[in-house]
Design a protein. Structure first.
Lengths: 253, 217
């Protein structure tokens, strides 16, 4: 369960998110859409503690991300607390961000061995299973630079799953891919969505994917959620004119 | 009397080679200190603000004062605090610390060249801070800056003659000594220069090759 409560985020004078409150149920798939600069990616980055909230709180699984309760009031938590909470959260980035100094195997076993305390053997088994799942079983000893963008992104997805996260954040994961590689990665995500009960938050411009992958779609504009509905409703019969304009613009491009 | 006397040149060569040995030792040990301390300074330079300011100030201070002054300072001031070290040790320390401020800048550039996404991916995987440095950032940053570090080793090699100021008999120290004993300086300083050239030129070529290899990759 993810809860945003009165979250505000500023970059200098620019208010990116204001008074944002919403929650996501366990296992739910939520897609965030909206014009660029509307704060969608910032939400994922806040959840991953790559950014800090300026006001309000975020909790995941009943624990505050960057606050702890002390004597009935909330005080900022230290880095250790944040690291503990975010172990349960995984993220896949637009630019893959695989570690180029490691093999595919190294990328996959690094965090499970160092953070979760798995043995090398356990981590290797997990890595091989996940690579088989993403269809790259034979690439385990390849270097990231030898892989195509689509393959790198599959490895990045496997790397995030290797931590067995409760929450998976997908930040425009197909935006940097060549068009012919997009479909394969989206299919993989659909499979993962169906075969696991991971809570997934997804920022994407792939409206077709958003429509059949999500339980809920949230439309952002100017740092606020202006519409929050199941995809069937939001894509066919949106309440807001802004949503209609946005969908028209992305669907007709 | 000839300007150049081959017999005399052959006679003083062993002394000069002895000096070369000292020069190489000073350069190698100085480099080890410069590489290690420079790395520490570069990493601390990205630490919390107070640490950053202290490191920054220290680096600027050392870079803005002449190496020769630092060598004299250590040599004449440390004993006042009860620390008595050999001249060569002092020389190695001075060279190492002085060059560490330069290598720290080199490392800093290498660290900054590692994309932000790498830090973010490491954070997303909850890797401990130390492991982010040793497992992700430095293995990417250091290979990139090896040629620049190599150039500083060559610079340091050519600056070791400053150590004759505190009595270290490096190549130039030996040249001055054997020259002075015989009132013949041409052979001594020519050979000293040649010995420097013999090492620093191939080293420079090696660095250039390393640079090209990195550029291709």
């Amino acid at each position: 369960m993810i809860v945003f409560d009165g979250v505000e985020k500023r970059f200098g004078d620019h208010v990116v998110l204001k008074e944002l409150s919403f929650s996501v149920a366990p296992g739910e798939h939520v897609t965030l859409i909206g014009p660029s600069g509307s704060g969608k990616t910032t939400i994922l980055r806040l959840l991953m503690t790559l950014e800090k909230v300026d006001a309000g709180t975020i909790s995941v699984g009943g624990r505050y991300l960057s606050h702890i309760e002390r004597g009935g009031t909330l005080v900022p938590a230290d880095e250790k607390h944040s690291r503990e909470v975010r172990k349960k959260i995984g993220m896949v980035f637009q630019q893959f961000n695989l570690f180029p100094n490691m093999t595919v195997r190294g990328n996959l076993i690094e965090a499970p061995t160092r953070v979760l305390g798995l043995s090398k053997d356990e981590a290797n088994v997990r890595a091989q299973d996940l690579l088989d799942l993403v269809g790259l079983g034979e690439k385990i000893d390849a270097h990231p630079t030898q892989l195509s963008g689509g393959q790198q992104q599959r490895v990045a997805i496997a790397r995030a799953l290797a931590m067995r996260p409760d929450v998976l954040l997908l930040d425009e994961v197909t935006s940097a891919l060549d068009p012919e590689l997009v479909a394969g990665v989206l299919k993989l995500l659909r499979d993962i969505g169906e075969s696991t009960d991971i809570t997934i938050l997804c920022v994407t411009h792939e409206m077709g994917f958003a429509r059949d992958f999500s339980d809920r779609v949230m439309m952002f504009d100017g740092g606020r959620v202006i519409e929050d509905a199941p995809p069937g409703k939001l894509f066919t019969d949106p309440d807001h004119q802004r949503t209609r304009d946005f969908l028209q613009a992305v669907l007709n491009h | 009397m000839n300007v150049w006397d081959w017999n005399f040149a052959a006679e003083i060569l062993p002394a000069l080679l002895n000096g070369l040995r000292v020069t190489v030792i000073a350069t190698v040990l100085g480099s080890v200190i410069a590489f290690a301390l420079g790395l520490v300074l570069a990493v601390l330079g990205r630490g919390p603000r107070p640490v950053r300011i202290v490191v920054r100030g220290l680096v600027e201070f050392i870079r803005s004062t002449p190496l020769l002054v630092q060598i004299y300072f250590l040599y004449f001031v440390l004993p006042g605090f009860g620390i008595v070290l050999g001249a060569l040790t002092i020389g190695v320390l001075a060279l190492g610390v002085h060059y560490a401020t330069y290598t720290s800048e080199v490392y800093r550039a290498g660290i900054e060249a590692v994309p932000r996404g790498q830090w973010e991916a490491a954070t997303a995987l909850s890797l401990p801070r130390g492991r982010v440095w040793t497992g992700v950032v430095l293995p990417q940053a250091i290979p990139r800056v090896l040629p620049a570090l190599g150039n500083y080793v060559i610079s340091m090699f050519k600056e070791t003659p400053l150590l004759i100021g505190i009595g270290v008999l490096d190549i130039v120290g030996q040249a001055r000594q054997v020259g002075g004993e015989n009132f013949r300086y041409v052979e001594a300083y020519t050979l000293a220069g040649l010995l420097f050239l013999l090492l620093s030129y191939p080293a420079a070529l090696a660095v250039r090759r390393l640079e090209r290899r990195r550029a291709v990759r």
